[in-house]
Design a protein around this ligand. Structure first.
Ligand code: NAD
Length: 480
């Protein structure tokens, strides 16, 4: 049994109450490690350590912070295989996805922000009243980072790296469903020589450890990625305390395919954008809209490709889909498939749990599922499923598809397939989403603003946006 520990004040420690709970391997349904069941007492210890570390850390030179962060990035790369295997085992994702995406992106996050701080500048405004204004930016203090289970180390480091790069000290909590790589990161931070208290990683449940972060008066800002309901709860707790909040929440993203698209490219990428990571990426295109003149051709080709996807052992290079993250999540996804049938949907492929043999017989596997015949405003097309389930719907005009695409409470991302640049521009500007991909999906440039509108969140991560989030601006006006 592997034992996960908290990382507080530079040391690996058990929860203060000595309690822990089970961590499951989704591939076989077995408990394989223990997670500290931290409470407000552990969060208090982490806040104390972060507060003590803040004065010195916030005064280190950019070069010093950058060098330390680059060391962490190098160690992530040096431990690539071990981290990828751990991520795949903890989350159920195919090892090839963890190897090619999750772990390289974790070191890229550290590298990107370690070097960004060497190149930033601040503004100056020359006034008509014979004065000059300069904008200074300072770290906030102790900040909280809370992340979800779908891209565990990738999203955890996406928050931590800019927070410490800008001179803050951090109390961070990974998802209790996938805590392993955050624990391994704490070992790497110790090895890299990150000063004690700069980064504190506290494991535990949302209601205990997470809520204690939202409530703590000394934590001045919270960067959260997770579900919309949790975001609402965090905002309700933290907003009256005037904490800075960055909330990256759920999505129900449209994937719009016009008849004049590059058919093969749209087809290939749509299979990927529907089912990568078992459809558990907030940016997956779960509502596919296809222009009626190519609807049948696209639908048949799409279903044929989906039928070829292999659901299998996450540790096997041959698996296209692994296990979904947990038993409750599998039941939720299967419940949505039942709901879709009740709402009149036709299952074109999938629609069932997949039972693998031998050691994997108790794992949480769901067949990639394509559903047609649903109205755009039914529950299946309005609620986030966050699993390997997509709907496919024909449309007749731009106006028609925009009304359907924009009809949900969410507005995270959208994908548009067309070879007509005017149409691409028109549709992109009318889509209510924080990110639009035209003729591609999930091309990520870390300099770009990342986030959603409506119930998909508040604020933007990435590039200068997140460096602004983790700093306070102060204008100094000097009379000349
Ligand atoms: P979740 O909201 O259940 O949990 C996210 C994190 O919040 C976990 O660490 C959890 O322990 C913590 N938490 C739960 N209750 C809390 C509370 N009261 N106070 C503080 N923290 C609390 O989300 P999840 O199920 O882990 O992740 C799936 C969701 O995340 C989906 O809705 C998905 O769309 C969203 N997501 C969004 C993005 C984005 O960038 N917008 C990226 C990935 C995932």
């Amino acid at each position: 049994m592997e034992i996960i520990k908290n990382y507080i004040n530079g040391e690996l420690v058990e929860a203060a109450n000595g309690q822990s709970f089970d961590n499951y391997n989704p591939a076989n349904g077995e408990v394989y490690s223990q997670i500290p069941d931290s409470t407000s007492k552990d969060i208090q210890q982490a806040v104390d350590a972060a507060s003590d570390a803040f004065p010195a850390w916030s005064k280190t030179s950019r070069k010093e912070r950058s060098d330390l962060m680059l060391k962490v990035a190098d160690l992530i790369d040096a431990n690539h295989d071990r981290l990828a295997a751990a991520e795949s085992k903890d989350n159920g994702k195919p090892i090839k996805l963890a190897s090619r995406v999750d772990i390289p992106r974790a070191s890229a996050n550290f590298r990107f922000f370690a070097t960004a701080i060497l190149h930033e500048s601040t503004e100056a405004h020359q006034s008509d009243q014979d004065a000059i204004n300069m904008t200074l930016r300072s770290p906030i203090g102790v900040v909280g980072c809370i992340s979800p289970w779908n891209l565990p180390l990738y999203l955890f480091t996406w928050k931590i790296a800019p927070a410490i790069a800008t001179g803050n000290t951090v109390v961070a909590k990974p998802s209790e469903i996938t805590p392993m790589t955050a624990f391994l990161l704490s070992e790497l931070c110790i090895e890299a020589g990150l000063p004690a208290g700069v980064l504190n990683i506290v494991h535990g449940t949302g209601p205990n450890a997470g809520q204690a972060i939202s409530e703590h008066p000394e934590i001045k800002a919270i960067s959260f990625t997770g579900g919309t309901e949790t975001g609402k709860r965090i905002a309700a707790t933290a907003a009256p305390m005037f904490k800075k909040l960055s909330l990256e929440l759920g999505g129900k993203n449209p994937n719009i395919i016009f008849a004049d698209c590059d058919f093969e490219e749209a087809l290939k990428t749509s299979v990927h954008s529907s089912f990568a990571n078992q459809g558990q990426i907030c940016l997956c295109g779960s509502r596919i809209f296809v222009e009626r003149s190519i609807y049948d051709k696209f639908k048949d080709a799409f279903v044929a490709r989906v039928d070829k996807l292999v659901v299998g052992d996450p540790a096997s290079e041959g698996s296209n889909l692994g296990a979904v993250v947990s038993k409750p999540h599998m039941e939720k996804v299967l419940g949505f498939i039942d709901l879709a049938k009740k709402e009149g949907g036709t299952i074109l492929t999938g629609g069932n749990q997949v039972h693998l043999d031998g050691d994997l017989a108790k794992g949480y596997y769901v067949a990639p599922t394509v559903i047609e015949g649903l109205s755009h405003d039914c529950q299946t097309n309005q609620q986030e499923i966050f699993g390997p389930v997509v709907t496919i719907t024909p449309f007749d005009s731009e106006e028609d598809v925009l009304a359907m695409a924009n009809s949900t409470e969410y507005g995270l991302s959208a994908t548009v397939w067309t070879s007509n640049l005017h149409k691409a521009n028109r549709v992109s500007s009318e889509l209510k989403a924080g990110i639009v991909w035209v003729n591609c999906w999930l091309f990520r440039d870390l300099r770009t603003p990342f986030g959603g509108v409506k119930k998909s969140g508040v604020g933007r991560e990435g590039g200068w946006d997140v460096l602004n989030f983790f700093t306070e601006k102060k204008n100094v006006c000097i009379k000349l």
